[in-house]
Design a protein around this ligand. Structure first.
Ligand SMILES: [Zn+2]
Length: 395
């Protein structure tokens, strides 16, 4: 299958500007840019349209619905089969709305891994899913229902090897990501508390993961957890409520990345009467902190990528990436930079920058067609999305 998207405004995501050209799609990839189609070539006229790379969300929970006030309770009540079905529905909804890649950072019984496999094999339609399976945590952890309990160094290492093993069984590309819960959370009744693992345990986990070409994401809210995770060489810090300038600077020097998930906490602060007061109060503190540290991170130049925590309590249905984009913009980031966090930066950090994240020759044709300029208003993504291509196929 070969066709051209002609006369389009194509986003140069690095420069943050559109330029007029034709894209030639051949099979799954962008085969040429700027080539004139021949007389009998198949073309789609994109005059007046804006073409941007598919959006990437680095922090989702597909097994959760997002419309529920208690997704954790649902997980227990509904069991694995319903959660898997819910994940399939959330994946399809995400893809249709233009979120063409997600990293799933917590699912019950590793549900997101067979889900990723089913999409890869064409059994289900959905975005590219980079699944971390169940989130590694201690017995007293955060969200144990989507977790994998590991209390000792040996158990941590065994878990990493197990995740590595899935790539063969499940016929999916190497699972690049493991997720650990390094502290308690806001969306639970437990204390945020001290880091769940000792520096020695974290280092053992990171060493084993990196040795096997995997990367590690850590849910870390408390300063103690953030600091220990950064020191241990964790790749992405999720949430980072008690972030400091000194830590952001260290992360920049080490090339570590922050996935702030700002929108979900803001939404929790607006959920009074729907979810538990303790959670609303905790989220208020997180939101105030995040507003400040988000600004600091931009000034310092710490790597940030987009992660929404889609599926979280009372957050809304999948996808949630656009709400995160709006909130990042509201917290002071330019629209062009927000789009980079959701595309090229995310692709690089997630380990798929060679095939995704920008509209360049040789990359997979994951393309959104909009009929309004998203650099003028980010709502173009939600209000003016005309069509979505994944791997060159119209969704
Ligand atoms: Zn999460």
């Amino acid at each position: 299958m070969e066709f051209y998207l002609t006369n389009a405004n194509v986003l140069d995501v690095e420069k943050g500007e559109f330029y007029k050209t034709n894209l030639k799609i051949s099979g799954k990839t962008i085969a040429a840019i700027g080539e004139e189609p021949g007389a009998d070539a198949q073309t789609v006229d994109c005059s007046g349209k804006y073409l941007v790379p598919g959006i990437m969300d680095a922090h989702v929970h597909l097994v959760w619905d997002g419309t529920s006030p208690d997704p954790m309770g649902d997980t227990i009540k509904d069991g694995n089969y319903i959660c898997f079905a819910r994940g399939a529905a959330g994946a399809l909804a995400s893809l249709k709305a233009g979120v063409t890649t997600v990293r799933d950072v917590g699912s019950n019984d590793d549900c997101a891994i067979p889900l990723a496999s089913a999409v890869n094999r064409g059994i289900l339609q959905g975005p590219h899913i980079l699944p971390a399976g169940g989130a590694i945590q201690g017995s007293y952890g955060h969200c144990p229902m989507i977790g994998f309990i590991a209390n000792t160094e040996a158990q941590l290492i065994e878990r990493i090897k197990r995740l590595k093993g899935y790539d063969i069984e499940m016929r999916i590309p190497p699972i690049h990501w493991a997720k650990i819960m390094a502290s308690g959370g806001a969306a639970g009744l437990e204390d945020v508390g001290p880091c769940m693992y000792s520096p020695k345990e974290l280092e053992a986990l990171v060493y084993e993961a990196h040795r096997l070409n995997m990367k590690v994401a850590a849910h870390a809210l408390s300063y103690d957890a953030i600091e220990k995770c950064v020191n241990a060489g964790i790749d992405t810090i999720e949430h980072g409520a008690e972030m400091t300038e000194e830590i952001l600077l260290r992360m920049k020097e080490n090339g570590q990345c922050w996935v702030p998930t700002v929108a979900v906490y803001k939404s929790l602060t607006e959920s009074e009467g729907i979810i538990d007061d303790v959670i609303v109060q905790k989220a208020r503190v997180v939101t105030e902190n995040q507003k400040k540290s988000f600004k600091s991170a931009m000034e310092i130049g710490t790597k940030i990528i987009l992660g929404s925590d889609a599926g979280s309590a009372n957050f809304g249905p999948h996808p949630s990436a656009y709400r995160e984009m709006f909130t990042m913009n509201e917290y002071g980031m330019s629209k062009a930079e927000v789009i980079r966090c959701a595309t090229i930066y995310a692709a690089d950090e997630l380990g798929v920058g060679n095939i995704l994240g920008s509209l360049e020759k040789g990359k997979l044709a994951d393309i959104l067609v909009l009929d309004a300029d998203p650099l003028k208003d980010l709502h173009a993504f939600t209000e003016h999305l005309c069509s979505v291509y994944k791997e060159g196929a119209l969704v």
